[in-house]
Design a binder for this molecule. Structure first.
Ligand SMILES: [Zn+2]
Ligand SMILES: [Zn+2]
Length: 500
């Protein structure tokens, strides 16, 4: 999947030979076969034990997943998510020492349609995955990315927040689960099994998806958009089948890359949600990342030693040059640095740890306070010193083409609640391409609904009309509502239009 993992694979054999003379640092008896970090040499069984322990400790410590809860594992076929699947398989098994008490399911998004793969190749890949998933006995869903074109607008509206459940609630849930005999039945109530065995996609849908991807002009924006759409589809699939947790296989290496990428893309405000253990922005479906303390190297060792199957599924980044996108460039930067300075990833990761905030989901906030695409909150107060303000200012400066002193004292180009700088959309000043035009929202009109980073992505599109209908109609709905709020604002009492 990513270069980092492939390179470790080559190292495997070498390390195997090198460390034969060393003893395991844990049991101090067996010869070491794995050196995870300098000085951390393990024998086979101690490595396995510590690997498994880390997974369960992560879930135990965070107490986010409740006993009996339905948890959907997002499996791409890559090393990290397949390793996660193995951990869950072992954890819910009959003879697991510290049993995992949730009900797992699997989802795989087939992105072949966005990569221009033929349907035959896509079917071959998904049948390999199907075989792997079937052997787990968990229900599974293989979903083509094309389904993103048919999502309902509700995906963009985070419904009721999960109530803040205190620690005592977790303990009570464990007791209840054990009393009800939940511990004896490994998979709990039998769930319906996965559908969509053969990839069933209409050619016309694939063409629409291709048009959408083609309309994005830079690789950076393509990756960002694909990421957003995949996330929407994952959340929708989870919701649709009654799963309240979505388990993602992001490793510490991947998160270190994402952290730096997020900063480069101006997603600083979303950093904690993008890289933390849990992500509550979708309200009733909470994403969790239990693999976040494993390095790609550790995972590669584990998969190699314990024969964890993976399915090589190419993605947009496969076989692209280092400089094709900000994401790829960051990855290659981190990988190269890691080679000479082995603590690079853990240093970035630890720094990211400090940014974590408690999962905060305020159900009081309206949809219009959230970014239309990534659903991160658009906090008006936080904008003052943000990348967004910096860009707006520099745009204004560059428009004037004059010395600094001639900065016009104009209203903001796209203040929240308006769709264009004229303030009255579709006004007499010939502002045709505005949000009230019959063709629907335009890039300029959509701007106020997006966070800084998503604005950049949308700006790299030749036309927003290729976006899936659920996004366009939700954009339209929000624009209409804010226009209406604007119209009636003079009849409202002071502060009445504020909704905090
Ligand atoms: Zn040992
Ligand atoms: Zn956004």
């Amino acid at each position: 999947m990513c270069q980092v993992e492939e390179e470790y694979h080559e190292q495997l054999e070498r390390v195997d030979r090198l460390s034969l003379s060393q003893k395991c640092m844990k049991c101090k008896e067996e010869p070491a076969v794995v050196v995870v970090r300098a000085g951390d040499a393990y024998c086979r069984s101690c490595f396995r034990e510590s690997f498994i322990h880390k997974f369960r400790a992560m879930l135990g410590k965070t107490r986010v997943i409740f006993p009996g809860e339905k948890v959907l594992l997002a499996v791409s076929g890559g090393p990290s998510s397949c390793s996660m699947l193995r951990q869950v398989q072992e954890g819910v098994g009959h003879n697991a020492h510290k049993k995992l008490r949730f009900l797992p399911g699997i989802v795989h998004i087939d992105e072949g349609g966005a990569l221009g793969q033929s349907i035959e190749i896509r079917r071959k890949k998904t049948s390999d995955l199907q075989q792997m998933f079937r052997s787990t006995g968990f229900p599974f869903y293989i979903v083509p990315l094309e389904q993103v074109l048919d999502l309902p607008g509700s995906v963009l509206v985070a419904p009721s927040a999960p109530s803040d459940r205190p620690d005592s609630a977790y303990k009570a849930a464990v007791d209840l689960f054990l009393q009800s005999g939940g511990g004896s039945d490994p998979a709990g109530p039998r769930q319906e099994n996965g559908q969509e065995s053969l990839l069933d996609v209409h050619e016309s849908r694939t063409r629409l998806l291709e048009q959408l991807m083609d309309s994005v002009q830079t690789q950076t924006a393509k990756l960002d958009l694909l990421n957003t759409l995949r996330q929407h589809l994952l959340v929708h699939t989870a919701r649709n089948h009654g799963y309240s947790k979505l388990m993602l296989g992001d490793s510490c290496t991947r998160l270190a890359v994402r952290l730096l990428t997020s900063i480069s893309l101006g997603r600083g405000a979303q950093l904690a949600q993008d890289t933390g253990f849990s992500d509550c922005r979708y309200g009733d479906v909470v994403a969790v990342r239990p693999m976040r303390e494993y390095s790609a190297k550790e995972i590669a060792f584990y998969n190699h030693l314990f024969k964890v199957p993976t399915v090589a599924v190419p993605n947009l980044e496969t076989k692209t040059s280092d400089k094709s996108s900000i994401q790829r460039l960051t990855e290659s930067f981190v990988t190269k640095l890691q080679t000479d300075f082995p603590s690079t990833v853990s240093t970035i990761y630890r720094t990211g740890e400090k940014l974590q905030t408690a999962c905060r989901f305020s159900s009081a906030s309206e949809d219009s306070d959230r970014c239309l695409l990534c659903l991160s909150s658009l906090e008006p107060g936080a904008e003052e010193a943000s990348a967004l303000q910096a860009t707006l200012l520099s745009e204004r400066l560059s428009q004037t083409r004059g010395p600094l002193s001639s900065v016009p004292v104009e209203p903001e180009p796209a203040p929240v609640g308006r769709c264009c700088s004229s303030g009255h959309c579709g006004g007499a000043d010939g502002n045709a391409g505005c949000c009230s035009s019959p063709t629907g929202p335009q890039v300029a009109g959509m701007r106020s609904l997006l966070c800084y980073s998503c604005q950049r992505t949308v700006r790299d599109m030749s036309s927003v009309h290729h976006l899936p209908p659920y996004i366009l109609s939700e954009a339209h709905r929000r624009q209409k509502r804010s226009a209406m709020r604007e119209q009636i604002s003079q009849f409202l009492l002071d502060g009445a239009e504020e909704h905090d």
